[in-house]
Design a binder for this molecule. Structure first.
Ligand code: NAP
Length: 310
């Protein structure tokens, strides 16, 4: 019998019998609230099948109050690991026994490995974004002057840390609440000292999400990355005013729900090359698969599964 597409977090507390009687048994899943919309099961189940791995991947709905006990129940429920999405990524870092350097610097975990009774945390959002940018635009983060919107959010921080670790040419941290961008800039500053020759402008700056400041910084930018929630709803205002976009700016929108966002439409009108967050979603998922199974992910199988539902 196939497993249901959605479980409640409390099912995890009832032990392995709930998950292991299906064919194939449920051994992976994604925690979230809401989680019904998650596309991860589609491409992970396609990958598991293509690789002949007898495991199914499901959605695990759990609210903030019950996340910790659900997470800690993974070993007893017979799971190999899990993904974590909104709003649990920061709590997942606090809930695992160990986390790698990048997850700790990002302040969040999106991939958990069950190792005996221990839980090990990783974050694949930043490396996934990096691979997506290379695939979409044939450029590496290290060669780019980047303006990052939403730097104070969970995904924004993970992307900023990745940009810093790859020593990008320049990073402008933009956030509606400026204090979060300033705090992140203070954390990342040591990584921007002395590795590259100083240019006419500072390599790391933090600015508020305001038109005048954006206009100034976009003059020195190669790519604009949107990691705000703006664009998830059709009624959202544009993430940046359309007239600030130009043909020589690359635009990457991490939002992937519901077709082209206003930002991507404006980028197309301005003649700018642009891409949406589906490629980041694909690559962060492929990297999770590689962490769980220590083998290359069947990327094209996953891509076909994901894009067939886009
Ligand atoms: P989050 O932690 O809640 O952060 C939201 C960010 O958006 C914050 O920086 C927030 O600024 C900013 N923001 C919200 N409303 C805004 C507004 N009206 N004007 C300006 N800024 C606003 O959320 P998250 O988990 O980082 O997710 C952020 C985005 O990343 C979402 O769109 C999500 O779809 C996307 N994402 C994509 C992938 C992928 O694989 N493609 C993976 C992860 C996330 P304040 O700090 O001032 O509140």
């Amino acid at each position: 019998m196939d497993a249901p597409e959605l479980f409640d977090g409390s099912d995890l507390l009832r032990g392995a019998a709930v998950f292991q009687g299906f064919s194939p048994p449920v051994r992976l899943g994604v925690f979230g609230d809401p989680v019904e919309h998650s596309r991860s099961p589609v491409f992970h189940n396609a990958a598991l099948k293509a690789c002949g791995i007898p495991a199914a991947y499901t959605r695990l709905h759990v609210d903030v109050a019950h996340f910790y006990e659900a997470l800690r129940s993974l070993p007893a429920a017979g799971f190999l690991g899990a993904n974590v999405t909104i709003p649990h990524k920061a709590a997942a870092l606090a809930g695992v026994d160990e986390a790698d350097d990048y997850a700790r610097a990002s302040g969040s975990v999106n991939t958990v490995v069950v190792d005996g009774q221990k839980l090990i945390g990783f974050n694949t959002d930043g490396p996934g974004l990096s691979r997506a940018i290379r695939e979409e635009f044939s450029v590496d983060l290290k060669d780019l002057r980047i303006v990052l919107l939403g730097a104070g959010g969970g995904a924004g921080r993970a992307i900023a840390v990745q940009c810093a670790m790859e020593s990008c040419d320049r990073l402008v941290l933009v956030n509606r609440s400026l204090e979060k961008a300033l705090a992140l800039a203070a954390d990342l500053a040591p990584r921007f000292r002395s590795e590259k020759p100083a240019g006419p402008v500072e390599r790391l700056v933090a600015i508020p999400h305001e038109e005048e400041a954006l206009a100034r910084e976009l003059e020195h930018a190669d790519i604009l990355i949107n990691a705000t929630a703006l664009g998830m709803k059709r009624t959202d205002p544009p993430a940046v005013p359309a007239h600030l976009l130009s043909p020589n700016l690359l635009v990457y929108d991490t939002v992937y729900s519901g077709g082209a966002t206003r930002l991507l439409e404006d980028a197309a009108s301005a003649g700018a090359r642009s891409a949406n967050g589906l490629s980041m979603l694909l690559h962060q998922g492929a990297l999770s698969f590689e962490i769980w199974f220590n083998r290359p992910a069947p990327l094209e199988v996953m891509r076909r599964a994901l894009f067939s539902m886009a």
